[in-house]
Design a protein around this ligand. Structure first.
Ligand SMILES: Nc1nc2c(c(=O)[nH]1)N[C@H]1C(S)=C(S)[C@@H](COP(=O)(O)O)O[C@H]1N2
Ligand SMILES: [Mo]
Length: 376
Protein backbone atom coordinates (compact mmCIF):
# COMPACT_ATOMS: atom_id res chain seq x y z
CA UNK A 1 0.00 0.00 0.00
CA UNK A 2 1.34 3.41 -1.00
CA UNK A 3 1.34 6.44 1.26
CA UNK A 4 -1.47 7.98 -0.82
CA UNK A 5 -4.02 5.39 0.21
CA UNK A 6 -2.59 5.55 3.74
CA UNK A 7 -3.52 9.21 3.89
CA UNK A 8 -6.95 8.50 2.46
CA UNK A 9 -7.45 5.80 5.09
CA UNK A 10 -6.44 8.11 7.87
CA UNK A 11 -8.79 10.80 6.56
CA UNK A 12 -11.61 8.27 6.47
CA UNK A 13 -10.74 7.19 10.02
CA UNK A 14 -10.88 10.79 11.18
CA UNK A 15 -14.24 11.29 9.45
CA UNK A 16 -15.59 8.07 11.00
CA UNK A 17 -14.53 9.21 14.43
CA UNK A 18 -16.22 12.57 13.79
CA UNK A 19 -19.47 10.97 12.62
CA UNK A 20 -22.27 11.43 15.16
CA UNK A 21 -24.81 8.63 15.85
CA UNK A 22 -27.51 8.34 13.11
CA UNK A 23 -30.18 10.11 15.09
CA UNK A 24 -27.82 12.97 15.84
CA UNK A 25 -27.00 13.30 12.13
CA UNK A 26 -30.72 13.55 11.33
CA UNK A 27 -31.42 16.13 13.98
CA UNK A 28 -28.28 18.08 13.11
CA UNK A 29 -29.36 18.24 9.49
CA UNK A 30 -32.67 19.70 10.58
CA UNK A 31 -30.99 22.19 12.92
CA UNK A 32 -28.37 23.18 10.34
CA UNK A 33 -31.00 23.76 7.64
CA UNK A 34 -33.06 25.88 10.04
CA UNK A 35 -29.94 27.84 10.96
CA UNK A 36 -29.14 28.29 7.26
CA UNK A 37 -32.55 29.78 6.58
CA UNK A 38 -32.16 31.99 9.65
CA UNK A 39 -28.67 33.26 8.84
CA UNK A 40 -29.60 33.63 5.18
CA UNK A 41 -32.59 35.85 5.96
CA UNK A 42 -30.73 37.91 8.57
CA UNK A 43 -27.84 38.41 6.11
CA UNK A 44 -30.29 40.21 3.83
CA UNK A 45 -30.42 43.06 6.32
CA UNK A 46 -26.65 43.41 6.69
CA UNK A 47 -24.92 46.07 4.59
CA UNK A 48 -21.81 47.02 6.59
CA UNK A 49 -18.55 45.01 6.58
CA UNK A 50 -18.76 44.58 10.38
CA UNK A 51 -21.59 42.15 9.71
CA UNK A 52 -19.29 39.59 8.01
CA UNK A 53 -19.66 36.87 10.70
CA UNK A 54 -23.26 36.16 9.65
CA UNK A 55 -22.10 35.41 6.08
CA UNK A 56 -19.24 33.21 7.28
CA UNK A 57 -21.56 31.30 9.59
CA UNK A 58 -23.93 30.74 6.65
CA UNK A 59 -21.07 29.38 4.52
CA UNK A 60 -19.60 27.17 7.26
CA UNK A 61 -23.02 25.72 8.09
CA UNK A 62 -23.59 25.05 4.40
CA UNK A 63 -20.39 23.01 4.12
CA UNK A 64 -21.36 21.29 7.38
CA UNK A 65 -24.60 20.25 5.68
CA UNK A 66 -22.61 18.69 2.82
CA UNK A 67 -20.71 16.50 5.32
CA UNK A 68 -23.83 15.61 7.33
CA UNK A 69 -25.66 14.76 4.11
CA UNK A 70 -22.79 12.52 2.99
CA UNK A 71 -22.96 10.57 6.27
CA UNK A 72 -26.71 10.32 6.00
CA UNK A 73 -26.70 9.17 2.36
CA UNK A 74 -24.02 6.57 3.07
CA UNK A 75 -26.34 5.14 5.72
CA UNK A 76 -29.69 5.21 3.89
CA UNK A 77 -28.38 4.63 0.35
CA UNK A 78 -30.13 1.28 -0.03
CA UNK A 79 -33.51 2.72 0.89
CA UNK A 80 -33.25 4.87 -2.22
CA UNK A 81 -31.62 2.44 -4.65
CA UNK A 82 -33.51 -0.77 -3.73
CA UNK A 83 -37.11 -0.63 -5.06
CA UNK A 84 -38.13 -3.31 -2.52
CA UNK A 85 -37.46 -0.80 0.24
CA UNK A 86 -39.47 2.02 -1.35
CA UNK A 87 -42.51 3.22 0.51
CA UNK A 88 -44.72 6.22 0.31
CA UNK A 89 -42.40 8.48 2.27
CA UNK A 90 -39.57 7.75 -0.17
CA UNK A 91 -40.98 10.30 -2.62
CA UNK A 92 -40.77 12.96 0.08
CA UNK A 93 -37.21 11.91 0.89
CA UNK A 94 -36.20 12.23 -2.75
CA UNK A 95 -37.89 15.63 -3.04
CA UNK A 96 -36.06 16.81 0.08
CA UNK A 97 -32.78 15.54 -1.35
CA UNK A 98 -33.41 17.39 -4.62
CA UNK A 99 -34.08 20.65 -2.77
CA UNK A 100 -30.96 20.15 -0.63
CA UNK A 101 -28.76 19.43 -3.64
CA UNK A 102 -30.33 22.40 -5.44
CA UNK A 103 -29.62 24.77 -2.55
CA UNK A 104 -26.07 23.49 -2.06
CA UNK A 105 -25.29 23.38 -5.79
CA UNK A 106 -26.51 26.91 -6.51
CA UNK A 107 -24.65 28.17 -3.43
CA UNK A 108 -21.38 26.56 -4.49
CA UNK A 109 -21.63 27.69 -8.11
CA UNK A 110 -22.45 31.23 -6.94
CA UNK A 111 -19.36 31.31 -4.75
CA UNK A 112 -17.24 30.64 -7.83
CA UNK A 113 -18.76 33.74 -9.39
CA UNK A 114 -20.89 32.04 -12.01
CA UNK A 115 -24.32 33.40 -12.69
CA UNK A 116 -26.79 31.51 -14.80
CA UNK A 117 -29.76 33.81 -15.30
CA UNK A 118 -33.28 32.33 -15.35
CA UNK A 119 -35.20 35.25 -16.86
CA UNK A 120 -34.56 37.99 -14.31
CA UNK A 121 -33.75 35.59 -11.46
CA UNK A 122 -30.10 35.46 -10.51
CA UNK A 123 -28.66 32.17 -9.35
CA UNK A 124 -28.63 33.60 -5.84
CA UNK A 125 -32.41 34.12 -5.97
CA UNK A 126 -32.78 30.49 -7.06
CA UNK A 127 -30.58 29.49 -4.12
CA UNK A 128 -32.90 31.39 -1.78
CA UNK A 129 -35.90 29.66 -3.37
CA UNK A 130 -34.42 26.20 -2.83
CA UNK A 131 -33.56 27.11 0.76
CA UNK A 132 -37.06 28.32 1.53
CA UNK A 133 -38.71 25.12 0.23
CA UNK A 134 -36.05 22.93 1.84
CA UNK A 135 -36.96 23.89 5.40
CA UNK A 136 -40.60 22.65 5.33
CA UNK A 137 -39.50 19.59 3.33
CA UNK A 138 -36.88 18.66 5.94
CA UNK A 139 -39.45 19.19 8.67
CA UNK A 140 -42.00 16.97 6.90
CA UNK A 141 -39.31 14.39 6.14
CA UNK A 142 -38.32 14.28 9.79
CA UNK A 143 -41.87 13.40 10.84
CA UNK A 144 -41.97 10.32 8.57
CA UNK A 145 -39.38 8.55 10.69
CA UNK A 146 -39.78 10.53 13.84
CA UNK A 147 -37.47 9.59 16.67
CA UNK A 148 -36.82 11.92 19.55
CA UNK A 149 -33.15 12.70 20.04
CA UNK A 150 -31.70 10.96 23.09
CA UNK A 151 -29.09 12.06 25.56
CA UNK A 152 -26.58 9.44 24.41
CA UNK A 153 -26.74 10.88 20.89
CA UNK A 154 -25.43 14.18 22.15
CA UNK A 155 -22.88 13.21 24.77
CA UNK A 156 -21.63 16.57 25.82
CA UNK A 157 -17.90 16.79 25.31
CA UNK A 158 -17.79 14.77 22.09
CA UNK A 159 -20.69 16.72 20.66
CA UNK A 160 -18.98 20.04 21.32
CA UNK A 161 -15.74 18.82 19.74
CA UNK A 162 -17.56 17.34 16.72
CA UNK A 163 -19.52 20.43 15.85
CA UNK A 164 -16.61 22.78 16.47
CA UNK A 165 -14.48 20.72 14.08
CA UNK A 166 -17.33 20.55 11.55
CA UNK A 167 -17.89 24.33 11.50
CA UNK A 168 -14.17 25.09 11.66
CA UNK A 169 -13.53 22.80 8.70
CA UNK A 170 -16.41 24.48 6.88
CA UNK A 171 -14.93 27.94 7.39
CA UNK A 172 -11.46 26.69 6.39
CA UNK A 173 -12.89 25.13 3.22
CA UNK A 174 -14.54 28.40 2.32
CA UNK A 175 -11.30 30.30 2.94
CA UNK A 176 -9.48 27.82 0.71
CA UNK A 177 -12.11 28.32 -1.97
CA UNK A 178 -11.50 32.08 -1.88
CA UNK A 179 -7.83 31.35 -2.52
CA UNK A 180 -8.82 29.29 -5.55
CA UNK A 181 -10.99 32.17 -6.80
CA UNK A 182 -8.08 34.60 -6.48
CA UNK A 183 -5.63 32.18 -8.09
CA UNK A 184 -7.85 31.41 -11.08
CA UNK A 185 -9.15 34.99 -11.09
CA UNK A 186 -12.73 33.76 -11.42
CA UNK A 187 -15.64 36.19 -11.38
CA UNK A 188 -16.09 35.07 -7.78
CA UNK A 189 -12.92 36.93 -6.83
CA UNK A 190 -14.46 40.40 -6.76
CA UNK A 191 -17.54 39.53 -4.83
CA UNK A 192 -18.29 41.73 -1.87
CA UNK A 193 -18.33 40.39 1.71
CA UNK A 194 -22.09 39.97 1.16
CA UNK A 195 -21.40 37.64 -1.77
CA UNK A 196 -22.69 40.18 -4.31
CA UNK A 197 -21.04 40.47 -7.73
CA UNK A 198 -20.04 43.85 -9.20
CA UNK A 199 -21.90 45.70 -11.96
CA UNK A 200 -19.47 48.14 -13.53
CA UNK A 201 -20.15 51.42 -15.31
CA UNK A 202 -21.96 54.68 -14.68
CA UNK A 203 -25.57 55.77 -14.96
CA UNK A 204 -28.95 54.14 -15.47
CA UNK A 205 -27.80 51.46 -17.90
CA UNK A 206 -24.97 50.20 -15.70
CA UNK A 207 -27.07 48.22 -13.24
CA UNK A 208 -30.29 46.15 -13.34
CA UNK A 209 -33.77 47.41 -12.58
CA UNK A 210 -34.93 45.37 -9.61
CA UNK A 211 -38.13 45.07 -7.69
CA UNK A 212 -38.06 43.34 -4.34
CA UNK A 213 -41.23 41.38 -5.01
CA UNK A 214 -44.01 42.75 -7.17
CA UNK A 215 -43.75 46.54 -7.44
CA UNK A 216 -44.24 47.76 -11.00
CA UNK A 217 -45.99 51.16 -11.11
CA UNK A 218 -46.78 53.22 -14.21
CA UNK A 219 -44.27 55.97 -14.98
CA UNK A 220 -44.87 59.10 -12.89
CA UNK A 221 -45.61 62.32 -14.80
CA UNK A 222 -42.84 64.75 -13.79
CA UNK A 223 -45.08 67.82 -14.06
CA UNK A 224 -47.79 66.32 -11.89
CA UNK A 225 -45.31 64.90 -9.35
CA UNK A 226 -45.47 66.25 -5.81
CA UNK A 227 -43.36 65.17 -2.86
CA UNK A 228 -45.09 65.53 0.50
CA UNK A 229 -42.85 66.27 3.49
CA UNK A 230 -44.91 65.99 6.66
CA UNK A 231 -45.38 64.22 9.98
CA UNK A 232 -43.53 65.69 12.96
CA UNK A 233 -42.34 68.84 11.17
CA UNK A 234 -43.20 72.50 11.76
CA UNK A 235 -44.59 73.33 8.30
CA UNK A 236 -45.51 70.37 6.06
CA UNK A 237 -44.79 71.15 2.41
CA UNK A 238 -45.31 69.79 -1.07
CA UNK A 239 -42.37 70.08 -3.44
CA UNK A 240 -42.31 69.60 -7.20
CA UNK A 241 -39.72 67.62 -9.13
CA UNK A 242 -37.43 70.60 -9.75
CA UNK A 243 -37.43 71.55 -6.07
CA UNK A 244 -36.30 68.05 -5.12
CA UNK A 245 -33.49 68.06 -7.68
CA UNK A 246 -31.30 70.60 -5.86
CA UNK A 247 -27.74 69.55 -6.70
CA UNK A 248 -26.25 67.57 -3.86
CA UNK A 249 -23.93 64.74 -4.94
CA UNK A 250 -22.79 61.65 -3.15
CA UNK A 251 -21.09 58.40 -4.10
CA UNK A 252 -22.83 55.36 -2.68
CA UNK A 253 -22.88 51.62 -3.12
CA UNK A 254 -26.15 49.84 -3.89
CA UNK A 255 -26.04 46.14 -2.87
CA UNK A 256 -29.11 44.11 -3.84
CA UNK A 257 -29.95 40.86 -2.06
CA UNK A 258 -30.37 39.18 -5.42
CA UNK A 259 -26.57 39.26 -5.58
CA UNK A 260 -25.15 42.31 -7.37
CA UNK A 261 -23.74 45.65 -6.30
CA UNK A 262 -22.81 48.89 -8.03
CA UNK A 263 -21.03 52.09 -7.00
CA UNK A 264 -22.66 55.20 -8.47
CA UNK A 265 -22.55 58.97 -8.17
CA UNK A 266 -26.04 59.99 -7.06
CA UNK A 267 -27.48 63.51 -7.32
CA UNK A 268 -30.48 65.03 -5.56
CA UNK A 269 -31.41 66.60 -2.24
CA UNK A 270 -30.08 65.77 1.22
CA UNK A 271 -33.02 64.54 3.28
CA UNK A 272 -31.91 66.89 6.07
CA UNK A 273 -32.48 69.81 3.67
CA UNK A 274 -35.93 68.47 2.76
CA UNK A 275 -36.85 68.44 6.45
CA UNK A 276 -35.53 72.00 6.79
CA UNK A 277 -37.78 73.02 3.87
CA UNK A 278 -40.64 71.79 6.06
CA UNK A 279 -39.51 73.89 9.02
CA UNK A 280 -37.46 71.09 10.58
CA UNK A 281 -38.47 68.20 12.87
CA UNK A 282 -40.62 69.17 15.80
CA UNK A 283 -41.81 67.54 19.01
CA UNK A 284 -45.58 67.03 19.03
CA UNK A 285 -48.11 66.77 21.83
CA UNK A 286 -47.01 67.54 25.33
CA UNK A 287 -50.53 68.69 26.18
CA UNK A 288 -51.93 68.02 29.60
CA UNK A 289 -52.07 64.24 30.07
CA UNK A 290 -50.46 63.25 26.79
CA UNK A 291 -46.82 62.34 26.33
CA UNK A 292 -44.50 64.07 23.88
CA UNK A 293 -43.94 62.50 20.50
CA UNK A 294 -40.25 62.93 19.73
CA UNK A 295 -39.10 62.84 16.09
CA UNK A 296 -37.16 59.57 15.85
CA UNK A 297 -37.60 58.12 12.36
CA UNK A 298 -38.08 59.30 8.83
CA UNK A 299 -40.34 57.15 6.70
CA UNK A 300 -40.04 57.08 2.90
CA UNK A 301 -43.14 55.93 1.07
CA UNK A 302 -43.38 54.99 -2.59
CA UNK A 303 -46.28 55.72 -4.91
CA UNK A 304 -46.91 51.95 -4.64
CA UNK A 305 -47.16 51.99 -0.85
CA UNK A 306 -43.75 50.30 -0.48
CA UNK A 307 -41.95 52.02 2.38
CA UNK A 308 -38.95 52.04 4.69
CA UNK A 309 -37.88 54.10 7.72
CA UNK A 310 -34.46 55.23 8.84
CA UNK A 311 -33.44 56.64 12.24
CA UNK A 312 -33.63 60.41 11.92
CA UNK A 313 -29.88 61.15 12.18
CA UNK A 314 -29.11 58.59 9.47
CA UNK A 315 -32.00 59.82 7.33
CA UNK A 316 -30.80 63.44 7.43
CA UNK A 317 -27.54 62.38 5.77
CA UNK A 318 -29.29 60.18 3.22
CA UNK A 319 -30.16 61.44 -0.24
CA UNK A 320 -33.38 61.68 -2.13
CA UNK A 321 -31.86 61.12 -5.54
CA UNK A 322 -33.15 62.37 -8.88
CA UNK A 323 -29.95 61.64 -10.81
CA UNK A 324 -27.45 58.82 -11.21
CA UNK A 325 -24.08 59.11 -12.95
CA UNK A 326 -25.03 62.61 -14.15
CA UNK A 327 -28.22 61.39 -15.85
CA UNK A 328 -31.77 61.95 -14.74
CA UNK A 329 -33.09 58.72 -13.15
CA UNK A 330 -35.10 56.54 -15.51
CA UNK A 331 -38.53 55.31 -14.47
CA UNK A 332 -37.24 51.83 -13.66
CA UNK A 333 -34.67 53.22 -11.25
CA UNK A 334 -37.29 55.21 -9.35
CA UNK A 335 -37.92 58.54 -11.15
CA UNK A 336 -38.64 61.24 -10.22
CA UNK A 337 -36.97 60.49 -6.85
CA UNK A 338 -35.62 57.50 -4.94
CA UNK A 339 -33.93 57.03 -1.61
CA UNK A 340 -30.17 56.52 -1.50
CA UNK A 341 -29.35 55.01 1.89
CA UNK A 342 -25.61 54.25 2.14
CA UNK A 343 -24.71 51.09 4.12
CA UNK A 344 -28.26 49.75 3.73
CA UNK A 345 -29.16 46.83 1.47
CA UNK A 346 -30.89 47.67 -1.81
CA UNK A 347 -34.40 46.72 -0.76
CA UNK A 348 -34.37 49.66 1.64
CA UNK A 349 -33.60 52.19 -1.14
CA UNK A 350 -37.27 53.05 -1.78
CA UNK A 351 -38.02 54.03 -5.40
CA UNK A 352 -40.73 56.43 -6.67
CA UNK A 353 -40.84 58.25 -3.30
CA UNK A 354 -43.88 60.50 -2.94
CA UNK A 355 -43.86 61.04 0.82
CA UNK A 356 -41.21 61.76 3.44
CA UNK A 357 -42.66 61.68 6.92
CA UNK A 358 -41.06 62.33 10.31
CA UNK A 359 -42.38 59.91 12.91
CA UNK A 360 -41.96 59.02 16.55
CA UNK A 361 -42.45 55.27 16.24
CA UNK A 362 -40.56 52.45 14.61
CA UNK A 363 -42.55 51.08 11.66
CA UNK A 364 -42.88 47.32 12.08
CA UNK A 365 -45.36 47.12 9.21
CA UNK A 366 -42.65 47.94 6.65
CA UNK A 367 -41.39 44.34 6.85
CA UNK A 368 -44.73 43.09 5.55
CA UNK A 369 -45.51 45.96 3.17
CA UNK A 370 -42.26 45.55 1.24
CA UNK A 371 -43.22 41.91 0.58
CA UNK A 372 -46.82 42.47 -0.49
CA UNK A 373 -46.92 45.89 -2.16
CA UNK A 374 -47.57 45.66 -5.87
CA UNK A 375 -49.97 42.72 -5.52
CA UNK A 376 -53.54 43.56 -6.40
N1 LIG B 1 -40.95 51.09 -4.39
C1 LIG B 1 -39.97 50.16 -4.48
N2 LIG B 1 -38.70 50.50 -4.24
C2 LIG B 1 -37.70 49.59 -4.34
C3 LIG B 1 -37.99 48.25 -4.69
C4 LIG B 1 -39.35 47.89 -4.93
O1 LIG B 1 -39.67 46.75 -5.23
N3 LIG B 1 -40.31 48.88 -4.82
N4 LIG B 1 -36.95 47.33 -4.82
C5 LIG B 1 -35.77 47.60 -3.99
C6 LIG B 1 -34.69 46.71 -4.29
S1 LIG B 1 -34.85 45.10 -3.81
C7 LIG B 1 -33.51 47.15 -4.79
S2 LIG B 1 -32.15 46.17 -4.88
C8 LIG B 1 -33.39 48.50 -5.34
C9 LIG B 1 -32.98 48.35 -6.78
O2 LIG B 1 -32.84 49.59 -7.37
P1 LIG B 1 -32.73 49.68 -8.95
O3 LIG B 1 -33.94 49.04 -9.53
O4 LIG B 1 -32.57 51.11 -9.26
O5 LIG B 1 -31.50 48.88 -9.33
O6 LIG B 1 -34.58 49.23 -5.25
C10 LIG B 1 -35.33 49.05 -4.08
N5 LIG B 1 -36.44 49.96 -4.08
MO1 LIG C 1 -32.84 44.05 -4.14
Amino acid sequence: MGTGSGTAERLRDALDRLEPPPRAVDWSLFAFVAAEVGTGLVSFTVGVPGGWPIFWLHRALGIGIVVLLAWKLARVRRRLTDPNLWRRSTALSVLTLVAAVGAIGTGVVWVFGLDVRLSYWTLLSVHVGFGLVLLPLVAAHATTRFRLPRRVDFERRRTAVRYTVLLGAGAATYRLQQGVNDLLDTAGADRRFTGSQPREGEGNAAFPITSWVADDPDPIDRDAYRLTVDGLVSDPVELDADEVAAGHETEALLDCTSGWYTVQEWGGTRVGDLLEAAGGPKVAGGDEGSTDREPAYVRFTSVTGYRWSLPIAEAEDALLATHVGGERLTHGHGAPARLVAPDRRGFQWVKWVTRVEVRAEYDLGQWVVTLVSGFE
